[in-house]
Design a binder for this molecule. Sequence first.
Ligand code: PMV
Length: 331
Amino acid sequence: MRPHTAAVTARAHANIALVKYWGKRDRELNLPAAGSLSLTLAALTTTTTVRFDPALDRDRLSLDGRPETGSALTRLSAWLDLVRARAGISARAEVVSANDFPTASGLASSASAYAALALAATRAAGLDLDPRALTVLARRGSGSAARSIHGGFVRMHAGDGRSSEQAFAAPLDAAADWPLRMVIAVVGGGRAKAHGSRDAMDHCAATSPLYPGWLACVPGDLARAEAAIAGRDLVELGQVAEASALAMHAAAMASRPAVLYWQPPTLACVAAVHELRDQGVRAFFTMDAGPHVKVLTSAAEAARVAARLGVVDGVTEVIESAPGGPAEVVP
Ligand code: PMV
């Protein structure tokens, strides 16, 4: 067996939900209230190295070259305890993680972070979990992270009751034969978001009169999205993705007090997408817990979408991504 002090590095890609996850049925086990469906993106990557070291007195975390001491470290330590319990070890860990995109800004950094971490930490602890078990473990860190264990289109299953094992992510379709792109308009330079998704979705579930309506949309949207993927129907998939994002944001905005992620450039990007569609371009937007706008389109139309979003006032960067592969250990 691998000595527990060996360092393991893993890489995972962010994913963007086309049918959103927004709300938990159990906070302690981080069980989602409903399923979700996403596309893993090649261009947004987290690379994480983990080493368990009996000589350390506490866990250490370096994020994008800076040592973290606050809530990110507390959350990481609690999650590492799950790995330690499973592996039967007590050593503290040194975790070094870097994103190649803005962190904690609604660009899904927790998804790729906890997916890369789940793979690196379990291997460094001497465990060899199958992909489904890895998704369950990654989900304990961040709900969307379960989906970043896999590449292509991924379906998160909510499961039921208090069973953690039933809430897992499974690959739907690698979409290798479907030339899709996600064009991301970064708004306002990727500043740290005002409402972390974790607290915001709990607050929404507790106070938004629209939360039950949002949850009621999910099963139908999942079925529509899965059928659209099976039929390679970009327009249908894009329409479901827009509807799901708008329903999620409507529920969030109706929270008391409101959770409002949109900035003026967010709406300007939405208008630009409408304008592109009027010109016959197949482009469909989605947004997460931040002001950025992610646009699903085809590879053939992506350059035109990127050029249009790039001239929207307040858009500071445009990232174009192909679908990405699963989390993997870096040799
Ligand atoms: O994984 P979390 O707890 O950061 O939640 C992600 C929530 C959204 O990004 C807004 C939606 C989603 O399904 O990814």
